[in-house]
Ligand binder design. Structure first.
Ligand SMILES: Cc1cc2nc3c(=O)[nH]c(=O)nc-3n(C[C@H](O)[C@H](O)[C@H](O)COP(=O)(O)OP(=O)(O)OC[C@H]3O[C@@H](n4cnc5c(N)ncnc54)[C@H](O)[C@@H]3O)c2cc1C
Length: 462
């Protein structure tokens, strides 16, 4: 038994970042992790492996579609699926090993095993009970189930199974047109699978600026992905290693079926708190299973905190990281702040989608007067040179004050470009501030400046 200032349960981006920050701030820290490797969903079966496969398949797409045009002639690469999976696993290993190194460097103890909280101030791992002044729950999330769909992680898979399919399916049905489904759908579409996305709502990527969502769907359709929108999945049956998805169209109850080699269930994730003993402790949960916390990430039980996917808010690695740092700093007596209005969201398809802040829809709903500055990547010299002219940058600014309220980018490197606008928003910038900032030429970021110019007297290259 050991005694700590802080024990964090879960080593995902929320937990490991929090652990490192606690240790940096002089708190004696341990982190409990039940998996064989550190890094949580994000590093093991989420952000990192999916991005490795997106990168590899994007390279294939470039070779197949754009190389010849640039004078790069020769045989298009063929796909060695096992080698691609090995590259993905190697990437994961480098990242999870990196966290282990950082734990050692910062003197964070990794308590290996599944943890529970027998009482406030105590964490049990295996047969050992450790003491802690503060306990931070960072146990993350798991794929949400769907009635009528039994996952076997072979024919009917969650994202976890989709990251290690034994072979590339000829056909794939993705249930759910959200970020995870579209990213993994893109991977397999690029590898030659016939991909159909079945979505309950009438648009993909719920919550996204509607104009961006429409453009995104158009571009994915051009890449060969089919969409069935407004369709409520009733169930999936598996016969002879083929899966049949039955659905009902919401507008007229018409029933239909679609059969595929593989079905990916990607209808969202839910908080994971099993085995912690929260109900015995009396820790309050919302009706969606999220741990209830106040503005300081405190639960209703003294000395127990929670962060990341296990609490409310967007299920994003960087949101979990920010909360992890904030709670550590609070425990060390500092006064940190997470600005929930400036948390970017990125979809790592090609083109990428990056967004932050208000959408046109949320501004209309709030009755706030706004202006739109938009600039197409077709007017950006670098994008044209790089076969990346699809998409646009859209900045939403207050009609009176010009203060930036939100931004939505669909286009090359959108996931990186969005951060310039995040920083501007953190500083309460006006669109004019961005527009008057010199941007290097030729860069994609000039499109951001042009969209900011379009909020004022007009873009130059449109
Ligand atoms: C396919 C996929 C792609 C994604 N891509 C992105 C992306 O590109 N960008 C992004 O921002 N987000 C992405 N996400 C979401 C992101 O992974 C999560 O938001 C993030 O991992 C949440 O971090 P967390 O620290 O709250 O929890 P998690 O990362 O889920 O980590 C929780 C950890 O706690 C451990 N644990 C749970 N209970 C216990 C216990 N009792 N004892 C010990 N250990 C325990 C678990 O084993 C796990 O390792 C993706 C998710 C998926 C599934």
């Amino acid at each position: 038994m050991a005694s700590y200032d802080v024990i964090i349960i879960g080593s995902g981006p929320g937990g490991y970042v929090s652990a490192i920050r606690c240790a940096q701030l002089g708190l004696k820290t341990a982190c409990v992790e039940g998996r064989d490797t550190l890094g949580g969903t994000c590093l093991n079966v989420g952000c990192i492996p999916s991005k490795a496969l997106l990168h590899a398949t994007h390279m294939l797409h470039e070779a197949e579609h754009n190389f010849a045009d640039m004078g790069l002639k020769g045989k298009t690469p063929s796909v060695d699926w096992d080698a691609m999976l090995a590259y993905k696993d190697k990437t994961v290993g480098q990242n999870t090993g990196g966290i282990e190194f950082l734990f050692k460097k910062n003197k964070v103890d990794w308590l290996k095993g599944w943890g529970s909280i027998p009482e406030a101030g105590k964490v049990k791992v295996g047969d050992e009970v450790h003491e802690a002044k503060h306990i931070i729950i960072a146990t993350g999330s798991e794929p949400a189930p769907l009635k009528g769909v039994d996952v076997d992680e072979e024919t009917v898979v969650t994202s976890t199974g989709a990251l290690k399919l034994k072979k590339i399916p000829k056909s794939l049905v993705v249930i759910g047109g959200g970020v995870i489904g579209l990213e993994l759908g893109s991977v397999y579409a690029r590898l030659g699978s016939e991909v159909t996305v079945v979505e309950y709502l009438d648009a993909i990527t719920p919550g996204q600026d509607a104009e961006v969502a429409r453009q995104f769907q158009k571009l994915l359709t051009k890449q060969g992905i089919k969409f069935v929108l407004g369709a409520a999945v009733q169930g999936v049956s598996v016969k002879n290693k083929k899966a049949t998805v039955s659905y009902k169209m919401r507008k007229d109850d018409a029933e239909a079926e679609i059969t595929a080699d593989t079905v990916l269930l990607a209808t969202g994730r839910r908080p994971f708190t099993d085995g912690l003993g929260l109900s015995d402790l009396g820790v309050a949960l919302s009706d969606r299973g999220q741990i209830e916390v106040d503005g300081s990430y405190k639960t209703n039980v003294d000395g127990i905190y929670a962060i990341g996917d296990a609490i409310k808010g967007p299920m994003l690695a960087h949101k979990a990281e920010d909360e992890g740092m904030a709670v550590a700093e609070m425990l060390a007596g500092q006064k940190p702040h997470v600005n929930y209005s400036v948390i970017p969201g990125v979809i790592y398809t090609h083109p990428e989608v990056g967004s932050v802040g208000e959408t046109e829809e949320t501004l209309k709903k709030a009755g706030r007067a706004y202006k739109v500055g938009k600039f197409p990547f077709l007017g950006n010299a670098r994008a044209k040179a790089n076969h990346a002219g699809d998409g646009f940058v859209k900045i939403l600014a207050d009609k009176e004050t010009d203060r930036i309220l939100g931004a939505h980018i669909i286009g090359p490197m959108a996931g990186d470009l969005i951060h310039e606008i995040c920083v501007a928003m953190e500083f309460g910038a006006a669109a004019e501030d961005l527009a008057r900032t010199c941007h290097a030429h030729p860069t994609y970021s000039e499109a951001v400046r042009e969209a900011a110019l379009a909020c004022g007297d007009g873009a130059i290259h449109a």
